[in-house]
Design a protein around this ligand. Structure first.
Ligand code: FAD
Length: 458
């Protein structure tokens, strides 16, 4: 008889775990607290029928397992790959771009454009090359050893100027982890660099050609349901029922807010870090593995969408903003096939970070600040542009904050509780941290460990 598994959380980590377990013949129930699946990559329609997104999401060419998953469920073709380049915008209207030269192998592909974009002094560029050389020449041990420093301390060792840090690295780290470079482990940033600059596909950027609910998570859910998995929305897990056999604890069942009970042979929790602490720690607070979870904290972030009555750019690429709160944005009307609005208008979507100082501001004030900064990147074209409608999604605790010295504390998907496994970008065994790829890899790892445990138990 197939074993029963309850997966908690229908973000990409939970969906990935469920998909791999269903493929291996397990009976799956997936519980999601919200009325939509997808977690941080969720989307839903507002009362006008427009899609609202939790966050602006792009795929990088170095991702692997999420592409395998998308191919298996038949939605890989929903990614629109763009020419490999990133456009940096500076308030006032100037900008520069980093473009990969397709005729050169990595890392040489980035050099010509980098040196000739006239943004940084030759001395700065040489210092940057000196800094990055160990990432290219030394092995992974060198990168791993940099976890005790923040990225700014690391890059400053090589004499890189404040100007380069502000223009180039700040938008990058704010876009990737919603934190300034001074708060991120150098190891984490260097790992991302390595993926970008040593992988021939690393610099490719792709957008979904529509809403994630239709183009990404929807097809995964359909795949699961076709194979008998039960996916239940509005089922917020609150409590656990624990059994103890010979002094060893395990989970017998879960109780949700609606009062339903779910028992199973195994449980996979795929939640944001603060939810792990809230739900699991009270039952297992005497166990170091669970105490360790308190080291992982979510970063606040917000995502805004502006429907505008005229185009303010004709560039469909991903933009890095060098202002103070809009580090990454795109015109989704151009970048994303299905979002096309009537001719002449645009749909600017931007991540808002750092967001920790916004607690005293109203949504209108946050939106106004963000829109003013977006306009400053396109002073001429945005002059008479009017925002017809806007949306703001705030996530007080989003991806985990990869501060220095955390790497060695990342927990395994295997917990000390014999029938409990966890998934999420912060769990160890992959180098994609809290990203769509990291979430999918963590779900896959949790499933693999559960399958191993089940084989052992047999
Ligand atoms: C603004 C923004 C932009 C981003 N951009 C990118 C990008 O461009 N590229 C990229 O690769 N990554 C990006 N990311 C990161 C990416 O979205 C996440 O790393 C990934 O989606 C995390 O998936 P997850 O399944 O681990 O967690 P989550 O998506 O948080 O899923 C957890 C799920 O658990 C559910 N849940 C919580 N509590 C309970 C409970 N008690 N009972 C039942 N269910 C519960 C939640 O509702 C949620 O659905 C971005 C993130 C944000 C916030």
């Amino acid at each position: 008889m197939s074993k029963k598994i309850v997966v908690v959380g229908a973000g990409l980590a939970g969906l990935s775990a469920a998909k791999n377990l269903v493929d291996n013949g397990f009976e799956i129930t997936l519980l999601e607290s919200r009325s939509v699946f997808g977690g941080k990559v969720s989307s839903w329609k507002d009362s006008d029928g427009d899609w609202i997104e939790s966050g602006l999401h792009v795929f990088f060419g170095s991702y692997q397992k999420i592409f395998d998953l998308m191919k298996d469920v038949g939605c890989y073709q929903n990614i629109d790959w763009q020419t490999p380049s990133i456009q940096y915008k500076i308030p006032g209207g100037n900008g520069f771009q980093i473009v990969s030269n397709e005729h050169l192998p990595p890392p040489l592909n980035l050099l010509p454009n980098f040196f000739f974009n006239h943004q940084f002094s030759i001395s700065d560029l040489l210092k940057y090359c000196r800094a990055i050389l160990p990432v290219l020449l030394k092995n992974q041990n060198y990168i791993n050893a940099q976890d005790d420093k923040d990225f700014i301390s690391w890059v400053k060792q090589f004499g890189v100027s404040d100007e380069m840090v502000k223009r180039m690295f700040l938008p990058m780290t704010l876009s990737l982890k919603f934190l300034p470079a001074s708060q991120i482990s150098a190891q984490v940033v260097l790992n991302v660099f390595k993926l970008f600059i040593t992988n021939p596909k690393g610099f490719k950027i792709g957008f979904l050609n529509g809403a994630p609910a239709e183009k990404l998570t929807g097809p995964i859910v359909q795949y699961l349901e076709k194979r008998g998995a039960k996916i239940l929305l509005n089922q917020k897990v609150l409590n656990l029922e624990i059994t103890e056999i010979n002094g060893s604890k395990s989970i017998r069942s879960l109780q949700t807010q609606s009062g339903d009970n779910f028992d199973a042979d195994y449980f996979v929790f795929a939640l944001p870090t603060h939810k792990f602490k809230k739900i699991l720690t009270p039952y297992f607070e005497d166990i170091d593995y669970f105490k360790n979870l308190s080291n992982f904290k979510g970063v606040p972030v917000a995502n805004a969408q502006f429907w505008v009555d005229k185009p303010i750019t004709n560039d469909k690429r991903l933009h890095f903003g060098t202002g103070s709160i809009t580090p990454v944005f795109a015109d989704m009307n151009l970048a994303c096939g299905d979002y096309k609005t009537p001719k002449g208008s645009s749909l600017i979507e931007t991540v808002i970070a750092p967001a920790e100082n916004f607690s005293g501001l109203s949504d209108e004030e946050i939106l106004e600040k963000a829109w003013n900064e977006i306009k400053s990147y396109f002073p001429n074209d945005s002059m008479n542009a009017k925002v017809v409608k806007s949306s703001l999604v705030k996530i007080p605790q989003s991806v985990y904050a990869p501060h220095p010295n955390l790497e060695k504390l990342r927990p395994s998907q295997n917990t000390p509780i014999p029938n409990l496994f966890i998934a999420g970008g912060f769990t160890k065994g992959h180098e994609f941290f809290d990203s769509m790829e990291g979430a999918v890899q963590s779900g896959l790892l949790a499933a693999e460990k559960l399958i191993e445990k089940q084989a052992f138990n047999n």
